[in-house]
Design a protein around this ligand. Structure first.
Ligand SMILES: *[C@@H]1O[C@H](CO)[C@@H](O)[C@H](O)[C@H]1NC(C)=O
Ligand SMILES: *[C@@H]1O[C@H](CO)[C@@H](O)[C@H](O)[C@H]1NC(C)=O
Length: 332
């Protein structure tokens, strides 16, 4: 007998008299009172049988009683439904104005709200997890959902699989130096930047070793430290080209392979100095004029003793990036 209250009363929900009413009505006869209690209990047990969803007329009865300002406890008792059900239905009515036992479109959801929440919390805790891992974790607690369902749930919560952004691991000392540099240069006039002669080497990765992984995250959270991988600059690649430019034009692009006789494409400080003397002076004076500042990063060959001497001899101003800076160089 899985009947709900409404079916029991042929679609008519009658307000079942409360226990005190019954007691009052049958005070004179103990026999009547006892049988009334029996009927009452029978009714209660029938009504308490949980069907999946309360029928529409029960819901209407809940609303009607609520409109009569009956407290939830009393409504629940009167209709023989759980207090939480009454509360849920009132809440739903308040939120959507709907009472009907709406059929959800499409197939019923396989994941419950609880499972969806579990998927989300897994992803939040370990953003680098994969759908397969989520599926396994859920399976361990006895929840069986397909990978596509998990993906759908994540997408519904605006989680997408992204490739991680690579961020260099920056030491505290370098972070301080970067901040200092930024403060010093923040308010420089554009004339200052017009006089900068930018140089940089561009590395081409021969192997896919750029530290990219897939991460689950919401849009706009790419730089959250939880969602990035660490990279070590110039790890395992090779330097191929050197280029220079200024505010009003580009200079030479030098392929290091042609500079190094043995084609090992290692640019040491000697090769580097050869490039500098061949290209910086003519290009900088063409693009900027007599007075210019050469910008370069902190690569060891730029800071090598011989290179420093070389700059001194040329009387060039040099502006250096603090170590481990992001690629602010326009050449990038
Ligand atoms: C840069 O220098 C190279 C080599 O001296 C020269 O061929 C090139 O024309 C120069 N470019 C500019 C824009 O001055
Ligand atoms: C760059 O600017 C300098 C000096 O302002 C000028 O002499 C030169 O012709 C400019 N070069 C280009 C390519 O515009």
């Amino acid at each position: 007998m899985g009947q709900s209250a409404a079916q029991l009363f042929h679609g008519q929900v009658c307000v079942i008299p409360s226990l005190s009413h019954l007691q009052g009505a049958d005070k004179r006869s103990r026999v009547h009172f006892k049988s009334a209690i029996c009927i009452w209990n029978l009714l209660l047990s029938t009504l308490n049988m949980r069907s999946k969803e309360l029928s529409l007329s029960v819901k209407q009865a809940i609303i009607r009683l609520k409109n009569q300002n009956k407290p939830i406890r009393e409504i629940a008792k009167t209709l023989g439904v759980a207090k939480s059900s009454v509360w849920n239905i009132l809440k739903k009515k308040e939120r959507t104005g709907e009472l009907s036992n709406t059929k959800r479109p499409g197939r019923p959801r396989k994941t419950t709200v609880v499972d969806a929440r579990r998927i989300l919390s897994l992803v939040k805790k370990t953003p680098f997890t994969t759908i397969g891992q989520i599926k396994n974790t859920l399976q361990e607690v006895g929840v069986c959902v397909s990978k596509s369902t998990i993906k759908r749930r994540l997408h519904q919560s605006e989680y997408r699989g992204f490739t991680t952004r690579c961020k260099p691991l920056v030491s505290l000392k370098n972070r301080k130096a970067r901040l200092e540099f930024a403060k010093q240069h923040l308010k420089k006039p554009s004339q200052f930047w017009n006089n900068i002669f930018w140089t940089d080497e561009t590395k081409i990765n021969l192997y896919q070793s750029d530290g990219k992984r897939r991460v689950w995250r919401r849009k706009g959270t790419a730089h959250d430290p939880k969602h990035t991988t660490s990279s070590v600059k110039h790890g395992g690649g090779s330097v191929m080209a050197w280029a220079c430019m200024a505010a009003n034009g580009t200079g030479s692009l030098v392929f290091i392979d042609y500079m190094t006789a043995d084609k090992s494409s290692r640019m040491n400080s000697e090769v580097f100095r050869a490039i500098l003397s061949a290209h910086i002076q003519p290009n900088a004076s063409e693009l900027i004029g007599r007075r210019f500042t050469v910008q370069m990063d902190n690569d060891p060959k730029h800071t090598a003793k011989a290179t420093k001497e070389f700059f001194k001899g040329k009387k060039w101003n040099v502006m250096r990036w603090p170590s481990q800076s992001p690629d602010l160089n326009p050449i990038e």
